[in-house]
Design a protein. Sequence first.
Length: 469
Amino acid sequence: MNIVSALKRLVPPPLRPPRGSVSAFCIEHVAPVSIIALILASTFYAWRFSYFWLDDFTSLYWTERVSGWQILWFNLNPLSNFFRPFGMLFYWIFWNTFDLNPLPYHLFAWGLHTANVALLYTLVRRIADSSYAAAVGALLFSFRANFTEIYWSFGTTFELLACFLMLTALLLHTRETRSFLGSVTIVVLYIFAVKSKEMAITLPGVLLLYDMTLRKSGFNRRSLILYSALALVGLTFAYLKVTSMAGPLPDHPYYMDFSVLTLGRGYGWYFDHLYGFRLRWGAWMITSVILCALFIYRRARRALFFLGYVFVTLLPVIFLVNHRFEFYWYIPFFGIAGLAALFAGSVERALRKRMPLRAAAATGLALFAILGAAHYSREKRVSSANNQTQHLVADEYAAFIHSLRTLPPPAIGETIYYGSFPRFFEKVTLLCATQVALRRMDIQVEVVDTFPNSCRYCLRFENGTLKIN
């Protein structure tokens, strides 16, 4: 089997309308996808002001210190411990192509999110066997207040890339026949996924979960080879990251507390922030166990897979007691979308039993449109405060960088003194942003209350303006 034929088999067959039901086909398939596309376009338009965030300045700072060959080697070398080299590769490309023009960066990120929505739709359609159900899952994933950081911070490109590679690997894995080329592709995707974001280390668990719940064919020799290769990659990566990133002290950002209490509280925190619920973590665990038991009793294998996916993919961030962010839901949300899709599929089947085809399709579309309007309205309302804040911050940071670039060129090794600077900045971020803005790695910065007498560059950033003292 050549690569072209393998890729053709990876993509699901196109949807074809039954004879005499073109209008029903449009209602069931074209209209829901159009609604999702409209929501995506509206979301990106609402965040069109996006600039660069603190993490972007830090990443660009490190990008400036490596060559193209070095960043390529960090990706090809399985033992490289460079920070998320696959994501940093795109920072390097955009930095050396577009400098500090933010639009190409964000267009790339928004394009990745759109691709992930399409992948989720394709996967759920294949698993749930329903385009309507897949559209519901994709709708919920397309715009979420939990994910607002992916709309304004290019620093979340690591999540976007990891999710894209994981869903692509899962889509390839869902083929009933397992080929050597397919297995090699999955391993390669896994390598680049973990080089994008640490959460991708759970991919072998996701694939194994799929095999245990949904695969019809049994475990064979090729399966053993595939999982052995994935285990080797995962264990190597885990060793490198634990020895370099994990913090030994309780106040370290990446300190990990491996305890049963932290396990329960961690899952409880993320479930609480999914839709703003406030339950004790024990209530979430009891609910999850009951759901799992119910799915086992009902032999609901697809529901078991989606529920298990949530817990498996969230696991890497559960023990990070000092490092919790809502956008960490981005990769695990595929499981929530899948559960919602299965419920939507049951509604669709009930409508088809009780109504003619066109009436059922029209009713389903009406319900989908109502759900879409309610979902978009809720997420927009919840994220509105963040949108306004980030708009102000983006204008502030853009003005700061522009003002720095209008300064007379500093001397080699010059120190720039700051009496005040943009909000949320710290000294390290200030150094990164200054060197990135000037494209000068020899420049130093100092934060002072009183400027020294010998100061040539004594700067204060006040009311959106950088002033020379």
